[in-house]
Ligand binder design. Sequence first.
Ligand code: NZQ
Ligand code: ZN
Length: 385
Amino acid sequence: MKNFEFYNPVKIYFGKDEIDKLSEILIPYKKIMFAYGQGSIKENGIYNQITEQLKNYNYVEFAGIEPNPSYETLMKAVKIARKEQVDFILAVGGGSVIDGVKFIAAAVKYTNRDPWEILSKQIEITDAIKIGTVLTLPATGSEMNGTSVISKYATKEKLAFGSPLLMPVFSILDPQTIKSLPDIQIANGIVDAYVHVIEQYLTYPSDAKVQDKFSESLLKILIEIGQELLNDRNNYELNANFMWTATMALNGLIATGVPTDWSTHLIGHEITALHGIDHAQSLAIVLPGVMQVMKEDKQDKIIQYAKEVFNIYNADNEETIKSAIVKTEEFFKSLGIKTKLSDYNIDETITKIIPQRLKERRYLKLGENKNITPDIVEKILKIRL
Ligand code: NZQ
Ligand code: ZN
């Protein structure tokens, strides 16, 4: 196991009606921005729950943060937050709203230059407005981490940044909020959380028993509850288990002391930026390709994954690896998520465009061994056509 420091200060309020604590939690703040997405909270009643909690507060609303939140939309919020001297931002929504709010929180304090530089030049964040979240979609883990992924529509870019200063002060996770999720968002959430675990687990062995067993458990839970969740949208216990699994998948815990990959995400972000497909769908396309092309580097862990998660015991390593890749892809498909570029009418030009874009960004060495070069990315994409 490698040396590590681990600090996660996000206070979690988990369970039924925890949203009712919001008015008390917000006492330290004087001017709040209440930010949300494109209207789902108005349909499922969460908007009314929040405004009830805010009724004695001085607050401004910012609506309309879109899936794959854009710099263009968020800069409008930055203007308002500066003008209104907001000292706290409450994000109510899924990963896009939470990520968007993280960008607003950092950009408000980045006053002399274009805040897009925070992403394009990876500027270190030294100051940010405090944020809190009410999660309505388990998937990204953004509610308990300091990462944010923002898109710029003008240039079709999608880039990530992060800082401990952007970890929410608190996150409220009430599983009742996710009853209204459409099937596709449930499936997306399961796949995203699944791939988060894989990015931190399917690398090379480092004798990190807690992290490995914990990761395998999270993967098994997602497989176990995936179909049930789609069949039974009103089951509180299922929703609760889904919510907590997705949060634990990307709050830093399973990344402690182990190598991490993240190549599937970086390639997937490019596909979303260019073609607008959902984040999780991009991952379901790329991951089987990464496993196949990088199978020698990853073989010990793929064999462990095959045994521990899918109960595949085969003396032939090659066969075991093959089965693990097939099972992974089948799991995604069983949830209704497609796994090939052609399923989205994306043609082979992408196999050249993405490696070129990665070169321009100087993302020349991805993966746990820093050996996934743009040429290897091309190979990965070619087998996903
Ligand atoms: O916009 P609204 O009206 O809120 O509707 C949303 C949106 O259309 C809807 N929704 C959310 N909660 C709902 C609901 N509909 C009904 N009932 C509810 N309770 O779902 C749609 C998708 O929402 P979005 O927030 O985009 O989904 P998700 O949580 O999957 O977030 C995806 C974004 O997070 C980034 C992705 O790249 C993508 O931009 N990621 C962030 C990460 C992080 N911060 O650590 C890591 C991830 O790997 C990921 O990259
Ligand atoms: Zn993800």
